[in-house]
Write a protein that binds this ligand. Structure first.
Ligand code: AMP
Ligand code: ZN
Length: 137
């Protein structure tokens, strides 16, 4: 097992406010919440990013995210839920153990997820084509 901070939480070496646990997945409250109830869901196996998580394990993670999202929404009586997963340092990933943020949202909480850009004429189809090429390999 890796020596990362989330692996230490899984091993019980660092405490956490545990929300959910099964044989594949652990979920606990984020210590720096956007809003109260902000929860992190992680695979117990150490994988850095989404692309590294084996498909079968990933299914367990996303099903847990669904179940826990409902419990968070009821538990903190929020208006909605945003999900976030940063993959890679450049994308804002600080802890190198794959994790999904379940973020309770309340009306007017001011959280702005991302600014929106535009495409020049014809550019959208070109970009789409480049992505599709890799899916068809
Ligand atoms: P990210 O920026 O997506 O890598 O998110 C890492 C998250 O882990 C941050 O939101 C931190 O607040 C959270 N975090 C770091 N250490 C702990 C910890 N010991 N217990 C709970 N959450 C943590
Ligand atoms: Zn780890």
């Amino acid at each position: 097992m890796e020596d990362c901070i989330f692996c230490k939480i899984i091993k019980g070496e660092i405490p956490c406010s545990k929300v959910y646990e099964d044989s594949n997945v652990l979920a606990f409250l984020d210590i720096g919440p956007v809003n109260h109830g902000h929860t992190l869901v992680i695979p117990k196996e150490h994988h850095k990013e989404l692309k590294d998580i084996p498909d079968e394990l990933l299914k367990n993670v996303i099903v847990a995210v669904k179940k826990i999202s409902s419990a968070v929404k009821s538990g903190v009586s929020c208006d909605g839920i945003s999900l976030n997963m940063s993959n890679g340092e450049e994308a804002g990933q600080v802890v190198p153990h794959a994790h999904v943020h379940i973020i309770p949202r309340v009306k007017g909480d001011g959280l702005k997820l991302w600014p929106q850009n535009t495409y020049e004429d014809g550019e959208m189809d070109k970009v789409c084509g480049k992505i599709v090429t890799f899916l068809n390999e």
